[in-house]
Ligand binder design. Structure first.
Ligand code: HEM
Length: 394
């Protein structure tokens, strides 16, 4: 639990701002038996990141460790530290962070994005854009983990249980920071709801992993046959498959001698529950991003500020680190960035985007991440290309 009293999960950002205004750019607070340091200066962020050493410490998500303990599930990389974390991180980052590997996923991500565009086109108006983007991100994570489509963007809603489980899982994960951790000692109703959703997700994972394993076994049996088959194929095709095909990530992990099957299971789960760490040093990125000493006119939408040579300076490169920094930074960064660029390009190319005429101002709440306070409806109007650089509406 981080805070209690009048500060709810939604108001964490407001609490941080109050702390920053009252005590300045660095402050310490004791909460129960734990000490927290709050930082609001990017130069201090830099000192902390650079002093982390080879094994940066991250506190595990308590509700996840409780769940894993009770259900005999492996804890993923997110919850490990020291050499144990490093043993998992090294082989995984070799397979995930190299640009050559990530670009091999481009054609598949393009396909998933194409399905997203088709889905949006069939609806015209999306009533909860956040939810749809979560399905899109998870569909891409499924590709990375299992080389397989999970069907989260299908219109027939066959995978609605999985979607619901993910929704509940992430919501309760955010909320658990702000609750007394009674779930550690008793199966509270909150915990039971979390466990039910987590079981749905973990069971599906087990099924996918079993399928990968049996595919590996049968392809090992057919190895000779497939080599002969390959020899019959033309060189060009062979080259295409060996250079452009996305790697079979789960298989590569399972085949890596440095990793046990439990570790592999943990890594694959992490891919879905990514970025959900909490640390005792709390860095107020949100407040820094609104600080006029760091960003000129922070509340103005002015993307040009990021261009090289812009007059509007951003004071420190450590002021905005959405993927973290250093040896413990986000493993999915390149994958996520590629996904965002492809999605953005395809959507902008296809649609003119607007808010409904009666839309209210969008307010944010801060849970594990920043979310819109209420579901946001977005209207999409299809563009029709009439010449290379002009579009009209259908
Ligand atoms: C816009 C999307 C994303 C953002 C902003 C993001 C951000 C982050 C952040 C801030 C961390 C923690 C860094 C730290 O503790 O210092 C993290 C960790 C992690 N992320 Fe992401 N992430 C994103 C997407 C992804 C995706 C798509 C994947 C998987 C494909 C992923 C996999 C991971 C993993 C495995 C870790 C744990 C790394 C470790 O403990 O060594 N992330 N992410």
């Amino acid at each position: 639990m981080i805070f209690s009293g009048s500060h709810s999960v939604e108001k964490a950002a407001k609490l941080f701002l109050d702390l920053r205004t009252k005590y300045g750019k660095i402050m310490r607070q004791r909460i129960g038996s734990e000490h927290y340091v709050f930082l609001f200066d990017p130069e201090d962020f830099e000192h902390v990141f650079k002093a982390e050493g080879p094994y940066p410490y991250r506190e595990a998500l308590h509700i996840v460790t409780t769940y894993c303990g009770r259900n005999n599930r492996p804890i993923g990389m997110n919850g490990l530290n020291g050499e144990e974390w490093s043993k998992l991180r090294k082989p995984t980052q070799d397979k995930m962070l190299r640009p050559q590997v990530v670009t091999k996923y481009l054609p598949v991500i393009n396909q998933v994005t194409h399905d997203l565009v088709t889905y949006i086109e069939s609806k015209g108006e999306i009533q909860d854009i956040n939810k749809l983007m979560l399905d899109f991100a998870l569909e891409n994570a499924g590709i990375l983990a299992f080389n397989k489509r999970l069907g989260l963007l299908d219109t027939d809603d066959k995978s609605s249980t999985l979607k619901e489980d993910f929704g509940v899982f992430f919501r309760l994960l955010s909320e658990h920071f702000f609750l007394p951790p009674l779930y550690k000692y008793f199966r509270t109703p909150f915990y039971n709801t979390f466990e039910k959703a987590a079981n749905g997700i973990y069971n599906r994972f087990d099924k996918e992993l079993e399928a990968v394993k049996s595919e590996m076994e049968s392809s090992a049996l057919k190895k000779d046959e497939s080599i002969t088959e390959m020899q019959c194929k033309s060189n060009t095709l062979h080259e295409y498959y060996s250079t452009s095909r996305p790697p079979d990530f789960a298989k590569e992990l399972l085949a890596d001698e440095r990793l046990t099957e439990d570790y592999v299971r943990g890594v694959l789960l992490d891919i879905f529950i990514a970025g959900g760490d909490t640390t005792y040093v709390v860095m107020g990125f949100n407040q820094v991003c609104r600080d006029p000493e760091i960003y000129s006119n922070p509340d103005t939408f002015f993307p040009e500020r990021w261009q090289r040579g812009s007059d509007v300076r951003v004071r420190s490169p450590f002021a905005l680190l959405p993927f973290g920094f250093g040896t413990r930074s986000c493993l999915g960064q390149r994958f996520a960035e590629q996904e965002i660029y492809v999605c953005f390009a395809q959507i902008i190319k296809k649609f003119e985007i607007s808010l409904p005429s009666d839309a209210e101002e969008i307010k944010y709440v801060h849970k594990l991440f920043a979310y819109p306070e209420k579901p946001v409806t977005i209207c999409f109007k299809t563009r029709r290309e009439i010449c290379s650089n002009r579009y009209v509406y259908n």
